[in-house]
Design a protein around this ligand. Structure first.
Ligand code: PLP
Length: 384
């Protein structure tokens, strides 16, 4: 059915009506006073979302632009860095770091498992000459639905004292608590089409004081992503180049919505939806791909036995207009992923679990009495 698609992928995520309608007007001049007001307001709102007094800069570009900006603005050619890798986005960090000639040491975990903070601890403690310049990792690994222990790993970086932490928080920011200042994280990258509830096109880099100190030494080539230019412009409530002006309208509206809801309510909503999803999946006899204790609040990966995951995904799309994400690389056909990030309510969770149960039943692959999954989901939603 036309216009009935429900996006339950981990980005782009659904956009609220009022955010959409904010965008359907002519762009205004990006050097106008009216636009300056929007930059001023959204900059303050972004600091609120990151729980920081540090600078949060807005780039027109996808999340990867923010990741790349984090690297090129703090590091120099040949710098030794540690990259965490337990999925597709960990791999992306390694590719970016190598593209800029960094000396990359990888800390790996198998896909579906979290990174081990003790491995970072050991490497950082052994580095008595302080040659490690940065620890680079993904907080919520979207490809597997695993949340890495950013706080614990960052604590090890703080003990090292010299290195900085550069974190991809693209699917964790706005889904769970990331108090940037309290934890002392140096660089946080995020993107508009995830927890922000707006379309793709903007990305954000938060930079601590220590990250700016590293910036003074950094010699990697940069022009469009040179954050000094963004900071200089931001101090005048402006942007160095022509930004995606209409996305700024959306950003202001969505951050205002988020402020109305409140950070804790937003985090609790994500946790509750995560739990209701996990419990429903298990109750209908399906396996979660990752242990619940380190499941991402933004995304739940499911590993069905004896059924092609792509078949399930395609049927849910054609019969219910719900779009789920598939598995990537070696997990293609093995898992599917349910996004519950951003503009998601109980109805979305109830419909996806019901659709899944109905689909399995139609395929003759439901091994539990029909209704058992959704009953559990509803019980969780009603209790919490
Ligand atoms: C979506 C996503 C990104 C950003 O990808 P873009 O396509 O460049 O916006 C980065 N990291 C993670 C973990 C993501 O989920």
């Amino acid at each position: 059915m036309q216009d009935k698609l429900n996006l339950m992928i981990p980005g782009p995520t659904p956009v609220p009506e009022n955010v959409l309608s904010c965008m359907s007007k002519h762009p205004i001049g990006h050097r106008s006073g009216d636009f300056q007001k929007i930059v001023q307001r959204t900059t303050e709102q972004l600091k609120w979302l990151h729980q920081t007094t540090s600078d949060v800069l807005t780039i027109t570009g996808s999340g990867t632009a923010a990741m790349e900006a984090g690297i090129v603005n703090t590091l120099s050619k040949g710098d030794r860095v540690i990259c965490g890798d337990n999925g597709k986005f960990g791999e992306r960090w390694i590719k970016v770091a190598k593209a800029y000639g960094l000396d990359v040491q990888v800390v790996k975990a198998v896909w579906g498992e979290p990174l081990d903070p003790n491995q970072f601890k050991r490497i950082l403690e052994e580095d008595t000459n302080k040659t490690i310049k940065a620890v680079i990792l993904t907080h919520s690994e979207t490809s597997t639905g695993v949340i890495n222990d950013l706080k614990a790993i960052n604590n090890e970086v703080k003990n090292h004292e010299k290195a900085i932490t550069i974190a991809d928080c693209v699917t964790s920011l706005g889904a769970c608590n990331i108090p940037m200042d309290e934890w002392g994280i140096d660089v946080i990258a995020s993107g508009s089409q995830k927890g922000y509830m707006i379309p793709p096109g903007l990305s954000f880099v938060a930079m601590s004081k220590k990250a700016w100190e590293a910036n003074e030494q950094s010699n990697l080539p940069k022009f469009y992503l040179d954050l000094k230019q963004y900071l200089k412009a931001a101090n005048n409530n402006s942007n160095p180049y022509t930004p995606a002006i209409n996305l700024y309208f959306a950003l202001e509206a969505s951050l205002t919505m988020m402020q109305k809801e409140g950070l804790n309510n937003i985090f609790n909503r994500h946790t509750r939806h995560q739990k209701a999803t996990q419990e429903g999946i298990k109750a209908m006899g399906l396996n979660l791909f990752t242990n619940e204790s380190f499941g991402s609040p933004a995304i739940t990966a499911v590993k069905p036995e004896n059924v092609d995951a792509e078949n399930i995904r395609k049927t849910i799309k054609s019969d219910f207009d719900i779009l789920l994400a598939g598995g990537q690389d070696h997990l293609k056909g093995k898992i599917f992923r349910i996004g519950h990030l951003g503009f998601v309510n109980d109805r979305d969770i109830i419909s996806v679990i019901s659709a899944l149960e109905s689909t399995l039943s139609k395929m003759g692959k439901l091994n539990t009495p029909i209704g058992q999954g959704i009953a559990k989901t509803i019980a969780v939603l009603n209790k919490e």
